[in-house]
Design a protein around this ligand. Structure first.
Ligand code: SF4
Ligand code: SF4
Length: 300
C-alpha cells in the first residue's frame, strides 16, 4: 500500500479514490473527501438584489431551517426565553401555536437521529394543506390537474428537464419562509445570543449550521463536503458557487483555511495543520491520486 509521508502528515489510500486518509504527527487519522482540497469558500453575509428587491443572503441558506439532534434541542430550549426577543413576529406566533416546540416531529430522520427546526410562515401553509387532505378536499382532483398528469405529462420527464426542475424549485425573492431563529436583520438568533454572552458559538451553535458547507463527523472520523444544499443553490449566492475561477477572483480563501476554526475545534490544531499541508502539496501536484493509489485496485 502506497503511504506518502512528510514530517507534517502521512497520506494513505481510503476506500475510494475520491477520498484520502490523512494522519497527523500525533497519530490522529481522518478520512477526507479530496474535493475539499481545492474549494474556495467563505461566509461573508451580504445583501443581494434581484429585480430591484433586496434580501440578506442568509434568507436563502436559512430558509428551510436545519437538522438538529435531541441534545441540541435541549440546549436551545434553555435559552429560548431569552432569544425570543430577537425572533420575527411570525416565528413567535408559530412558537405560541406549538407551545415552544422548536422542531417538527414529522421530519424526524431515524437513521441520523435528527429533527428539523421549525420554519415560518411556510409551515402554516403545509398545515392548511394537511387539513384539506384530512377533510378529503383535494382541489387538484376537482380541477382536473391530476388527470392532466396521468393523460399527458409524465412527472419524471418533467424532473429530467433541468429547466422545469429549476423553475419548480426556484424560491421567491426574497423568500417568505425562514428558520424560526433567523432574525429580521438576517442574523441567527442563537449565534447572536452566544456571541453577546461571551460563549463559544463554535461549540454551542447547532452543528450543521456551524460546519456548513462541510460535513464533519468525529464519530466516524470523516471530513466531507455537504452535497445537498437544497434549492437555495439556485439563488445568486457566491459562497457555494461551483465557479471556482469566479470565487478566486473575488479573493475567497480555500475552505480549509476559512473553516479552520471548526476543523480545529473538532479535530485539533495538529490535525488541521496536517490537512492544510497535504492540501497545499495536493494543489501543487506534489501528491497525486495516482501516487496514493498506484499499487491498489481501489477505484473512484
Ligand atoms: S453561507 Fe453563504 S448564503 Fe449563507 S450567510 Fe454565509 S455567505 Fe450568505
Ligand atoms: S439555526 Fe440559525 S444558522 Fe441555523 S438555519 Fe436557523 S437561523 Fe440559520
Amino acid at each position: 500500500m502506497a503511504i506518502i509521508s512528510t514530517d507534517k502528515y502521512t497520506a494513505k489510500p481510503s476506500d475510494s479514490q475520491d477520498w484520502v486518509i490523512i494522519e497527523s504527527s500525533d497519530g490522529q487519522t481522518i478520512d477526507v473527501e479530496l474535493r475539499l482540497m481545492d474549494y474556495h469558500y467563505d461566509c461573508i453575509p451580504k445583501i443581494i438584489s434581484q429585480d430591484g428587491k433586496e434580501a440578506y443572503c442568509s434568507q436563502f441558506c436559512c430558509y428551510t431551517g436545519c437538522y438538529v439532534t435531541p441534545k441540541e434541542i435541549k440546549e436551545v430550549q434553555k435559552i429560548l426565553p431569552e432569544i425570543k426577543s430577537f425572533l420575527q413576529k411570525d416565528a413567535i406566533n408559530l412558537l405560541k401555536k406549538t407551545k415552544d416546540q422548536i422542531f417538527v416531529p414529522d421530519d424526524y430522520d431515524k437513521e441520523e437521529d435528527l429533527y428539523k427546526t421549525r420554519c415560518s410562515p411556510e409551515e402554516w401553509i403545509y398545515d392548511d394543506e394537511d387539513d384539506e387532505e384530512e377533510n378529503g378536499g383535494d382541489d387538484d382532483d376537482e380541477d382536473g390537474e391530476e388527470e392532466d398528469d396521468e393523460d399527458g405529462e409524465d412527472e419524471d420527464d418533467e424532473e429530467e428537464n433541468g429547466e422545469d426542475y429549476e423553475e419548480e424549485n426556484e424560491i421567491e425573492f426574497p423568500p417568505s419562509n425562514h428558520c424560526i431563529f433567523l432574525t429580521k436583520d438576517g442574523l441567527c438568533a442563537t449565534h447572536k445570543y452566544y456571541v453577546e454572552h461571551g460563549m463559544d458559538w463554535v461549540k454551542k451553535k447547532f452543528n450543521i449550521c456551524t460546519t456548513f458547507p462541510i460535513d464533519i463527523r468525529p464519530q466516524d472520523k470523516t471530513l466531507a463536503f455537504m452535497d445537498e444544499f437544497d434549492t437555495f443553490t439556485f439563488a445568486d449566492v457566491d459562497c457555494i458557487s461551483s465557479d471556482e475561477k469566479h470565487k478566486k477572483e473575488l479573493g475567497m480563501p480555500q475552505i480549509i483555511e476559512s473553516m479552520k476554526y471548526v476543523i480545529v475545534d473538532r479535530y485539533g490544531e495538529i490535525w488541521w495543520q496536517a490537512l492544510s499541508d497535504f492540501a497545499k502539496d495536493f494543489r501543487q501536484k506534489k501528491v497525486t491520486v495516482r501516487k496514493i493509489y498506484h499499487d491498489t485496485s481501489i477505484k473512484e
